[in-house]
Design a binder for this molecule. Structure first.
Ligand code: PLP
Length: 312
């Protein structure tokens, strides 16, 4: 076998091995099926960690540096020190995507407190760890359901955890409140849920921010939620389209009278809500503001100023 054919065969073999995804764990790239977290890592047992999610679309990362900047801010807030620097992280994320061969991918990075030695309890004495993986792109709302819009329930039995306990601006795995609210939503046939805080102000849902269009303006909560990169992108798109945006906290009544509601996330983009708590939102189908923002968002995902091409 010639050297070139050997190289091509080795490449093909590598691609196949990682076809469902590639993870970086403990200085090694592993097929996603073989990727596991050490059971002693308190990132797993105590949610003592932070993470971020970026994605690629048609082979291009979207706003990768913005995600890495938010990630850095967050690990610093938690007094974590990853064992690799930001540039190395970026290379690892790119390599995970490259090895998987995925063009449309969901790419997660995690910094955990790590593994305690000899029953250590002092978080300052842990060696923090870094994990990453790329898997096929994840849709919170499937593309076919985005055509009609989904049913959203406002949680009644659950509230978003208090920011004084868990800062929602630091992307975290404390999803107990959201999972509880999802079960409540399923009882009413809703597909997902949005949670108010203790004072009744709407915050966010499992993996997304929320926007409502009411009286000629787009509204999105100001506090009590993760400041999503997709949310930021929507605010930028709205400004360029002369759609006024109010970044201000609001209660359920604003959602109830909104003519349009949509959700935003790296995992799924811009996702329309056509039913709120069993009643149609506006005309009960995705509206014109949503349509505009949706198409500008997906166009932005291919523009060189926001993207970084993966050289597979
Ligand atoms: N809110 C929560 C709780 C999330 O987990 C996410 C994303 O996973 C978002 C909002 C949306 O953030 P982004 O647009 O950066 O993906």
């Amino acid at each position: 076998m010639s050297a070139t054919i050997k190289k091509i065969t080795a490449e093909a073999h590598k691609q196949k091995k990682f076809k469902n995804g590639c993870a970086w764990i403990n200085n090694h790239y592993l097929p996603i099926e073989d990727a596991g977290v050490p059971i002693m890592d308190v990132g797993f047992s105590k949610s003592d960690c932070t993470y971020d999610v970026v994605s690629t679309w048609k082979g291009k990362f979207f706003k990768l540096d913005e995600h890495l900047d938010r990630f850095e801010e967050n690990w610093k807030k938690l007094n974590l020190t990853p064992p690799v620097n930001k540039l190395q992280m970026k290379d690892i994320l790119i390599e995970c995507v490259k090895r998987s061969g995925l063009r449309d991918s969901y790419v997660e990075m995690i910094v955990t407190r790590g593994i305690p030695v000899n029953g250590e309890r002092d978080p300052r004495k842990f060696s923090n760890r870094f994990y990453a993986y790329a898997i096929p792109y994840v849709w919170i709302v499937k593309p076919e359901d985005q055509l009609t819009g989904i049913h959203l329930a406002i949680a009644k039995q659950s509230i978003r955890i208090d920011p004084r306990s868990v800062d929602p601006k630091v992307k975290n795995f404390h999803w107990g409140d959201m999972t509880k609210a999802l079960y409540e939503a399923y009882e009413t046939e809703a597909e997902t849920t949005v949670l108010p805080n203790a004072d009744g102000y709407i915050t966010e849902g499992p993996g997304f921010n929320i926007f409502a269009f009411s009286e000629g303006q787009l509204w999105t909560p100001e506090s009590g939620m993760l400041e999503g990169i997709t949310r930021r992108t929507v605010i930028e798109i709205a400004a360029s389209e002369q759609v006024p945006v109010k970044v201000r906290n609001f209660k359920r009544d604003l959602l109830e009278k909104a003519s349009e509601i949509f959700l935003t996330s790296t995992a799924g983009g811009i996702m329309p809500v056509s039913i709120l708590d069993g009643k149609p939102v506006g005309k009960g189908k995705p509206g014109p503001v949503y349509q505009k923002i949706y198409s500008e968002y997906w166009a932005a995902r291919e523009k060189p100023e926001y993207t970084e091409k993966v050289n597979y």
